[in-house]
Design a protein around this ligand. Structure first.
Ligand code: FMN
Ligand code: SF4
Length: 702
């Protein structure tokens, strides 16, 4: 239950001090920096409700994602927000009204993509400083901007700022980082113009200075002007900034905006995954910032610890605690600190599944927070849940991420919950995976839930409890939920069927990730064969390399950890493994292994190559561990309605997937118990509404 603010630890008072930002005042120091959602201009209702929940959770500032200022900067299939016309004003108004309802400020980030946008939707020619290839791999080049283009850009920026003001925003951004157009103007390596916008530092900062001044002139009486700026000039070793001329550049503009929002060049560090990057990693980059400006400063660092936040504020590293992912994992982070409810904080695990929504052009989801993105569509709230529909009991078998989340949410609803786990540990796959190199923060998925469960008198946890049909029947629960996870297979899937890889007549050492996680480490050279393409193959390779094995990572894909490109970690994975001495064989299919030689076949040419190995670890696919579910169904010949309880399987034991799918499945089970959605219309549909249907009913739920 929420406590009141008098429970706040006085150490954290500073986090709740109001602070002026130009003409507006933030009620506290919690600042949700711009982050996209895969919703943008396409799903305004979903977006507005998601941001409202953050404001309700206590964030003093809640920003949008990047807003295109003109059709010549379009990022589809990633749906950015937009500020092109009055329709955008109406859409944004839904968000600003919602955010203001809770006393928070709303910020809008204005964006022009330059060489990063191919304009696949609008088909406008993209513009940048020079005619250069598209930076994200589309076969389109930009046109070099002439002075008329620059004048147009300034006018579009001003008009977008006015629209942002009219939409009710309190903070308007000039966005000069993340290798978009404005950051290219600042960059001496890219900006080779010979006119007044290129060459000297003064010239290269000219456009940015003009935009800050013009934005202030347009909206500065009512809105604060923020600037996103990178403190360093180029990417170097982690934590060792290469400032170049950034300090001088910053000095020139130090007091121009109302607030500085500080980033760095290396996005894979700024938005780093926990496997490689820990909390507060930007601190070394902030060295000169606060000392150079009189204006407030916000920066980021996947802050989830209030002590780290306070330390950075008190030591003058920043004035506002900037957060994207911590606010996604726990929209109520500020309010939990305010009410002294620290153990209830749902800490971000740094997996970047939230970012995969961007990469795939789909609405945001979060591993830790299953309600993220479902606030409008399903009416899910991260901290509120409907009371139990009846005084009934639920047996959950399996305490992995799905079972734990189901138990937690059902416990909150007030059901009598029995959680039976077959092993002596809670957490299932997240407990096992968190023992692998760099993966320790994945245990937060377990820890947050176990912490909550321990406080609930209506939830009983039984460890070391193997359940069969008889044991389930004996419990006499009203509802049974099977969440028994999955196991890694030792075969590969050839797109028709699962096939073994042992050469005929041999019995070689073939392992799966489950063997490695339970400490069964082979000796000698190992081939890790990855058809899963997410993190597991690379983590197993690292684990074996740390064990002293000679490791070759082979994959059918043309990239190492191909899917991890969507979470923005693939690049780091490959360079990290290369530094450790892991060898790679890309676009290779494993044909056979005889205990000494693994035979790979090139997926394009069919050419075969031998790899010397004493063992192969197959990272291919998983088999649902659904024996109990199947046995229960068999006990009634498949007629589930003849069971004395409702029966459902969830998570990996239904269909193996990412951890975020498991926590979502657990949460969904809990929400829908006694409250099933209409199977014919299970979701509200946020879409462009063309008005009344012929039947007279409104689309979009009203
Ligand atoms: C899902 C996601 C989307 C993001 N989209 C944007 C964006 O639209 N504009 C932007 O300036 N930064 C964006 N960022 C970067 C964040 O603003 C922030 O700099 C970064 O995530 C580090 O902060 P954190 O550790 O608090 O997550 C995004 C980050 C995430 C996780
Ligand atoms: S998806 Fe992962 S990285 Fe993103 S907010 Fe959730 S826990 Fe953090």
């Amino acid at each position: 239950m929420p406590r009141d603010t008098s429970d706040r630890d006085p150490r954290y008072d500073i986090l709740f001090e109001p602070m002026k930002i130009g003409p507006v005042t933030a009620k506290n120091r919690f600042y949700q920096v711009p982050h996209c959602t895969g919703m943008g201009h396409m799903r305004p209702r979903t977006l507005a409700e998601m941001r409202r929940v953050k404001a309700e959770g206590g964030w003093g500032v809640v920003c949008t994602e990047y807003n295109s200022i003109h059709p010549s900067s379009d990022d589809l299939p990633t749906p950015s927000a937009s500020l092109w016309n009055d329709s955008d004003i109406r859409a944004h108004r839904m968000m600003t009204d919602a955010v203001h309802e809770h006393g928070a400020l709303a910020g809008a980030e204005l964006w022009y993509g330059g060489h990063r946008s191919a304009n696949l939707m609008t088909r406008e020619v993209a513009m940048d400083i020079q005619s250069v290839p598209n930076a994200v791999g589309h076969p389109f080049q930009t046109r070099a901007m002439d002075k008329t283009d620059i004048k147009n850009l300034r006018r579009w920026h001003r008009k977008a700022a006015l629209r942002a003001r009219d939409a009710g925003f309190d903070i308007v951004y000039v966005y000069a980082t993340h290798t978009y157009l404005l950051s290219n103007f600042l960059n001496p390596a890219i900006n080779t113009r010979t006119d007044e916008y290129g060459g000297s530092l003064e010239n290269r900062t000219r456009l940015m200075r003009e935009l800050i001044e013009e934005t202030k002139d347009a909206v500065g009486d009512r809105c604060a002007v923020a600037v996103r700026f990178a403190a360093d000039e180029e990417t170097g070793e982690d934590g060792a900034p290469i400032f170049g001329e950034r300090r001088e550049m910053f000095e020139i503009m130090a007091n121009m905006p109302d607030i500085w929002d500080i980033n760095i060049q290396d996005y894979s560090l700024e938005m780093g995954v926990s496997r490689f990057i820990k909390e507060a990693s930007l601190e070394p980059y902030m060295e000169f910032i606060k000392a150079t400006t009189d204006k407030p400063v916000v920066t980021v660092g996947r802050f989830t610890s209030p002590d780290t936040m306070v330390s950075q504020l008190k030591r003058g590293v920043m004035d506002f605690v900037g957060a994207a992912r911590p606010s996604i994992a726990d929209p109520f982070l500020p309010s939990k600190i305010e009410t002294g409810d620290l153990s209830a904080i749902r800490e971000c695990i740094g997996c970047n599944i939230c970012y995969s929504g961007d990469s795939t052009g789909t609405p945001i989801r979060c591993t830790q927070n299953p309600t993220m993105g479902e606030e409008w569509r399903k009416g899910w709230h991260p901290e509120k849940i409907e009371a139990a529909h009846a005084e009934e009991s639920v047996l959950i078998v399996g305490a992995g991420p799905a079972g734990l989340e189901a138990a937690r949410a059902l416990g909150r609803r007030g059901y009598n919950v029995m959680l039976a786990e077959g092993t002596t540990e809670l957490g299932g796959r997240v407990t096992r995976e968190s023992t692998l190199p760099g993966m320790s923060e994945y245990a937060r998925v377990r820890d947050y839930r176990v912490q909550q469960l321990q406080e609930m008198v209506n939830v009983d946890i039984f460890l070391d409890s193997q359940m069969g049909v008889d044991e389930v029947m004996e419990v006499g629960a009203d509802h049974v939920c099977i969440a028994t996870g999955s196991t890694w297979r030792k075969e590969r899937y050839n797109w028709e069927t699962y096939v073994g890889v042992a050469a005929e007549g041999t019995d070689p050492l073939i392992l799966a990730p489950d063997d490695i996680m339970s400490g069964r480490l082979p000796e000698g050279p190992v081939l890790v064969y990855d058809e899963d393409s997410y993190y597991m193959g690379s983590v197993i390779a690292e684990c074996l390399r740390n064990n002293g094995n000679d490791v070759t990572l082979a994959t059918t894909s043309e990239n190492v950890s191909a899917w991890a490109g969507k979470t923005s970690e693939r690049w780091r994975v490959r360079s990290h493994l290369a530094r450790l001495g892991v060898k790679f064989e890309l676009a290779q299919e494993l044909l056979s292994f005889d205990g000494e030689t693994a035979t790979l076949s090139d997926v394009f040419s069919g050419a075969e190559i031998p790899v010397h190995a004493a063992a192969v670890v197959m990272v291919t696919a998983r088999a649902p561990s659904d024996d109990l579910y199947q046995a229960l169904m068999d006990s009634v010949d498949g007629n589930a309605d003849q069971l004395p309880f409702t029966l459902k399987r969830i998570g990996d034991c239904e269909a193996p997937a990412i951890v975020a799918a498991a926590t979502y499945a657990g949460h969904r089970y809990a929400r829908e118990l006694g409250n099933p959605p209409d199977p014919d219309e299970p979701l509200k549909h946020d879409r462009v509404d063309v008005g009344e249907t012929p039947e007279g009913a409104h689309l979009n739920g009203g």
